[in-house]
Design a protein around this ligand. Sequence first.
Ligand SMILES: C[S@@+](CC[C@H](N)C(=O)[O-])C[C@H]1O[C@@H](n2cnc3c(N)ncnc32)[C@H](O)[C@@H]1O
Length: 638
Amino acid sequence: MLAYRFGPASPAPSAPPFAAATASAQSEASEWGLKRLPVSAAILVVAARRCRPARRCPLSARAASATWQELRQTPPTEAKACAGWGCRCGDGPYAYQTSEDFKNHPAVRSLTAWCRSWGLPPIETTALDPEGYRTRGKMPVGPGGSGPVVGLFKRSTWKVVPVAGCAANHPRLVAAVESIEEAVRANGVRAFDHDGAARFALRQQALRFVELTLERRSGLVQLVLVWNGTKQASPQLEGLVERLWAEGRYHSIWVHWREPSPRLLRAIHSKTPEAWEQVRPKEGSGYVVERLDGLDFAFGPASFQQANLQVFERVLQDMKASLRQLLREKHHDKLRLLELCGGVGVIGLSLAHALKEEVSHLSLVSTDQNPNCAKLFCENAKQVEGEISAEFAAMSATEALSALSDADVLILDPPRRGLAAAQQRARLLGGQEEAAAIRNSSVWAVIYMSCGHDSFMADASRLLAGGAFRLLELRCYDMFPYTSHIESLGIFLRQREPADLSKDVQEEPAQQTPAPVQKMQCQFLIGINQDRDFNVRQRLLGDRGHNMKLIASATGAKLRLRGRGSGFKEGPRRVESRDPLMLCISSTDEEKHQEAVRLVRELVEDVYEQYSAFQQSRGQEADCQVQIHEGPRPGSRT
Ligand SMILES: C[S@@+](CC[C@H](N)C(=O)[O-])C[C@H]1O[C@@H](n2cnc3c(N)ncnc32)[C@H](O)[C@@H]1O
């Protein structure tokens, strides 16, 4: 177990009334209600933050603690690679150091606020060692400067940035990535152009993704090469497989023949079983076997596997303890488990195996919409043969809920969107029908494991609606260290039978929906007129916006240059605003906001120094002072 600790919160800067330095600035000062930090306070804030001990991912370490001068030296790929992973380690709220401090993770805070609004008990949190936790990773392959690279998509783009050496990956995955990059280059394998025009990219035989899974007991890596093309001989692919297999680090090598169809352009792979081919070894099972809390489970490349097995085992143990306790309290003699989104049956089979002594008859029906899970489920269920009755059905969660209504306990582990159907993912609107089916079923307990805290709150609110269920426990796990994601486990117990529930249960009572995310905003008033000689706009933005991108990727804040000389056209008439030139910052996290303000302050002070030198060279003086307006930009809609 690793100890974490959040750094001390930065002291809130005092903000004495601003005395504007120039006549024009003075006239704008009252209109803007300007505030300014005294220099001594600013230095204290910066000094306190630099002393803060924080656990950092090597890739973003520089960006997270750097001064503006250091940050601007950072090669763009270094900062972007980490951001592309969704990784914000060492950067504000994800830089915690104790398990207790994991309570301050933004997602845990959201869930805590949600619990409070329902009058629920406090959340329990668990954080384990974050280094090398990831034993499975799907990574795109894309063109790079000196040949194909294996990495991650840069956020909001289809460009692949390398992630060699990322501390979140298990060292054996890190070594495998390096070996693949070398072998790909040596064999002249083309990288798929994810960013290119579909009609050209799809025509080429090329490597699209690699999927790596470490088998912990053997230390070997199962490799899937996702190949753009139909099953046909490719000397490059054959050469690549040959070379990689000879290295001895691979458990098995598979090719996923990726149908070159525009419909599937962006997906990693299709679920069609025939598309997967085990190419090494040519005989025998290429399945990875993992021992999880006392049972062995076989996983295939075409079915889901949790990326953080250590934490997953902890979740399994907590589930078992909670359900055992419930069974003892309720004196049930029979237990019918229904598992939705069950993958290869790890949770259902684990619970069934652990609880078989508690009841005289135990049955499990496990379901998942991925048909590739069926064979592996049967393989895994052999361990409990004779102890319990276990079956698998390939069906969606929605189908399972309407087809199988006589379960006692429901096990749910949906994808990040929760119970909502895929097309409603972004708006968290789906899931009502599924939740209603659960409320109106025979189910007396729901074990809900979730990797999407916002969809969990939406689904859980619907289970609690009308008092159908009550939430007995809510636990949060640091399943994806360094990122904004967490895993949660909710144990729900029936409180009212379907017959007692009102037909028109209020779905989401207004007072119980999660509070809207608060936005922190401020504007730096620049006080220098834009002209071609000094070009303050270019100096602030950097080459093609490089300065803004660096600060945004280091802090997650949004930065916008607005007003006279910004070049940004706004409003219905699409004209540049008459407001003074200003650099606007907005963030949804206070600590990150302070970090962005600090970096922008240093950038602006740097530009002021350049301006002073520029004016001196023309025999003039410049007296620029940092001017900050806190809150929303006057006249803006938020
Ligand atoms: C987070 S995984 C959990 C898998 C499993 N519980 C485990 O721990 O290995 C989510 C699973 O949901 C399945 N899935 C996604 N959408 C689904 C849907 N609409 N209906 C049923 N299963 C779905 C996926 O195939 C995947 O196996």
